[in-house]
Design a protein around this ligand. Structure first.
Ligand SMILES: [Zn+2]
Length: 44
C-alpha cells in the first residue's frame, strides 16, 4: 500500500512494504505492484 508522508514541506509517497519514498504517486504505485518485500527487514 502507498501512503503519503509530509517531509521538507513536500508530499512524498511511501511504499508501505519496503519504505521506499517517491515524489510521484504514480511511481510509488507502479513500484508497489512490483514490490515483493514483505517488510522493512527484507535482508535474509
Ligand atoms: Zn516497496
Amino acid at each position: 500500500m502507498v501512503v503519503t508522508t509530509e517531509r521538507d514541506d513536500a508530499t512524498w509517497y511511501e511504499c508501505e512494504e519496503c519504505g521506499l519514498l517517491f515524489d510521484l504517486e504514480h511511481d510509488a504505485e507502479e513500484h508497489e505492484q512490483h514490490c515483493d518485500s514483505e517488510g522493512p527487514s527484507y535482508i535474509q
